[in-house]
Write a protein that binds this ligand. Structure first.
Ligand SMILES: [Zn+2]
Length: 422
């Protein structure tokens, strides 16, 4: 669904026509820079999912309502206004952003689907399955979009806190509110299984992101089950509690800022980096809240790949805590964050999984050396070191990288639940 808003920039009076593709989240914030004065213009839409679309004699009621404008005033439409096509959950290529007539989502959706097929993320069987279930094919559903993630995250977070206090009846009561709880198998209703289920939904349809890693763990199990059990005992005694605290903390930071990250999440789900030229028109809603996110996620990621590192040792016919050329203690204490993934380089699957890490972005994010570009509000400038050269990336690129590391963290969390259930 597309909504049309003719507005005037409050700062410079430039006229704009916003043609906005509506998404599935409760609150949807659209931010662009005014093409004339470069100041940020925002529009906030609220979506009431309980209202199904109905058409009465005089109007269409669809659950979407305009909540507020920032730096903009609604006005009568004029021919000379500049058109902006935006979608809450899709990134449009540059040539469609100012198109007055076409509906970009109709053009972009089949391209995204074709890309998902090419990547092997969506198979023909998946597609047939979808077509059976749905009356019409929504790109959002098809590419694993999920309008209930935020609500379900708050349920998981609360249930986890109750679980830590051993309030098992309350945990159970809380988990009953989880989406489709009644359809989960009976042995899939405990807190760990539901956390697994949630993050599997989060990475879908790219299930291979997880399955490829699990496959390596299965290989290690077949090769030396006793050693894997030694490792799991070590994990449960020394890592599990701390690691779960870390996950809850980092995913909470992510979902607290979900309206930012969600704008490019569909692209992440099918490994489709947004086209370079399309990136510069979207501006941060509140950059201060997300500027340290990548750095924080990086810290946890490089600690939590320890499960991969130990399993890789087993795969190389060693004890889980025995390295080729250093002691376990040295790996834990002396190896720097950027080098924690180095022992994985001889395993293609693990290497590809950790290759996403970008230490320059991490350094900038960790040390708050990130700024919004003063002339290009959709771009960021950063220094990779205190005195390093000034570099630039688009804001969308930053969001893409942040989603990428978050989906990998979700995979690491699922693998830990696999170990707990071993
Ligand atoms: Zn303006």
């Amino acid at each position: 669904m597309v909504k049309r808003f003719p507005i005037k920039c409050e700062t410079c009076e430039q006229g704009l026509i916003l043609r906005l593709g509506m998404g599935e989240q409760k609150v949807q914030v659209f931010n662009i820079a005014c093409p004339n004065c470069k100041q940020k213009i925002s529009i906030i839409i609220e979506f009431d999912k309980s209202i199904k679309q109905k058409i009465t004699l005089n109007e269409v009621i669809d659950g979407y309502s305009l909540k507020s404008f920032f730096n903009a005033i609604p006005v009568e439409e004029k021919d000379e206004f500049i058109t902006f096509n935006l979608h809450a959950e899709m990134v449009y290529p540059k040539y469609l952003i100012h198109d007055k007539l076409q509906l970009p989502s109709v053009i972009v959706s089949p391209l995204m689907m074709a890309h998902a097929r090419e990547e092997g993320i969506i198979t023909e069987e998946d597609e047939l399955e979808h077509r059976k279930k749905l009356k019409y094919l929504s790109i959002f559903d098809f590419l694993g979009g999920d309008g209930n993630l935020l609500e379900d995250w708050s349920i998981i977070k609360k249930a986890w806190n109750l679980h830590k206090s051993n309030l098992n009846e309350l945990v159970h009561k809380e988990l009953k509110r989880y989406t489709n709880y009644s359809n989960l198998p009976n042995n899939g209703k405990d807190i760990y299984n539901i956390i697994f289920h949630f993050f599997y939904r989060f990475i879908l349809p790219n299930k291979y992101l997880y399955l490829n890693i699990e496959n390596e763990f299965e290989k290690a199990r077949k090769l030396n089950n006793d050693e894997m059990e030694n490792f799991i005992n070590y994990y449960k005694e020394n890592l599990k509690d701390l690691f779960f605290e870390n996950y809850i903390e980092i995913f909470d930071e992510y979902f607290n800022n979900f309206q930012e990250f969600n704008r490019v999440l569909l692209n992440n789900k099918i490994n489709l980096h947004p086209e370079k030229d399309s990136e510069s028109i979207l501006c941060p809603v509140n950059f201060n809240d997300v500027k340290m996110y990548y750095g924080n996620a990086y810290e946890f990621f490089t600690s939590h790949i320890l499960t991969l590192v130990c399993t890789n040792n087993v795969l190389n016919n060693r004890k889980f805590n025995e390295f080729e050329n250093m002691t376990f203690n040295k790996y834990l204490k002396d190896v720097t964050k950027e080098k924690k993934s180095k022992p994985l380089e001889n395993n293609n699957i693990f290497k590809r999984f950790t290759d996403i890490l970008e230490s320059t972005i991490r350094n900038a994010s960790h040390h708050k050396w990130f700024y919004i570009h003063k002339d290009l509000p959709g771009s960021l400038q950063y220094k990779s070191g205190g005195t390093g050269a000034l570099r630039q990336i688009s804001y969308i690129d930053y969001l893409y990288k942040s989603n990428e590391i978050t989906m990998s963290l979700a995979t690491l969390l699922m693998i830990e639940i696999y170990l707990i259930d071993y």
